[in-house]
Design a protein around this ligand. Structure first.
Ligand SMILES: C[S@@+](CC[C@H](N)C(=O)[O-])C[C@H]1O[C@@H](n2cnc3c(N)ncnc32)[C@H](O)[C@@H]1O
Length: 263
């Protein structure tokens, strides 16, 4: 289990178990996300060397795709196994050191061609004092994996981490919210995101398409939050719930661009 400390409740426990039981999906970790390539110009907004943040990064290969283009990548992932899997499967040498500021560890690439740093910690121990602010936040399945009660804190954190004019690209699933208002992974609408990010950010829906993870998983649902109130429960794009009838049919994925308008 990773040597990280989560303040308050153990919000990381199930994710650490998830990684101990095999971790992320093969295709997702090996195939660059098509939407990240398609919308590159919109979120990169002309930056040749952007500082890019991947909250809850897992071992996604997109960190390498962007690092290969010359961008500086910073990720946060609570699972040390997940981080080692990322560096290992992509044959990138790394160093590791403890990092008291985030109550965890810092893993750094030791490859002259890519600049990737991943903090092994609870995301909520990360703030602007660690790495300053970012030009771009890539959020594929991160905000959607939050507990509902952590959503405002998450949005406040992301906004604080964005430079003025910085852009946050966000992917979430699409399902019938009227029928399944309390299901997870969370799915979002523009008014809801505007409410969370406030007047200092603009929010635009830029795309909607098929579920890009369809071939990787049969069901994506977590009803534990509704049954227990505030437990972590489930792992986002994870295991089927025992109450399958409560699981929404994922009909696609939506993409939003959130832009920080002010200093
Ligand atoms: C739904 S996955 C998304 C991973 C990645 N963004 C992707 O597109 O595949 C969530 C990841 O975040 C990690 N995680 C969950 N909660 C976390 C937290 N509070 N702090 C740091 N990492 C967390 C999990 O271990 C898992 O790898």
């Amino acid at each position: 289990m990773a040597d990280v400390q989560a303040d308050g409740q153990d919000r990381l426990g199930e994710w650490l178990d998830f990684w101990n039981n095999g971790g992320m999906y093969e295709l997702h970790a090996r195939r660059p996300h098509l939407k990240l390539e398609e919308h590159y110009d919109r979120y990169m907004h002309g930056k040749a060397k952007a500082k890019v943040f991947f909250p809850l990064c897992g071992d996604v290969i997109d960190m390498i795709s962007l690092a290969d283009k010359g961008h500086e990548i910073v990720g946060v992932e609570c699972s040390e196994l997940g981080i080692k899997s990322f560096f290992g499967r992509n044959n990138i040498g790394y160093s590791q050191e403890s990092c008291d500021t985030v109550k965890g560890k810092l893993f750094k690439s030791k490859d002259e061609n890519v600049n990737i740093r991943i903090y092994c910690c609870d995301l909520f121990n990360f703030n602007t004092s660690v790495e300053g602010r970012f030009d771009v936040i890539v959020d594929f399945g991160s905000m959607g994996a939050m507990l509902r009660k952590d959503l405002q804190t998450y949005a406040d954190l992301m906004r604080s981490l964005l430079k003025p004019e910085g852009r946050h690209i966000l992917e979430c699933f699409v399902y019938d919210l009227e029928k399944f208002p309390d299901s997870r992974p969370l799915c979002f609408t523009v008014p809801q995101l505007k409410g969370l990010y406030g007047a200092s950010c603009s929010v635009e829906k830029i795309d909607e398409g098929p579920n890009p993870y369809e071939d990787e998983e049969a069901k994506t649902c977590d009803t534990a939050e509704t049954t227990t109130g505030d437990e972590q429960g489930g792992v986002g794009r994870g295991e089927p719930s025992e109450e399958e009838s409560d699981c929404p049919d994922i009909t696609g994925a939506a993409y939003f661009l959130i832009q920080h308008l002010q200093c």
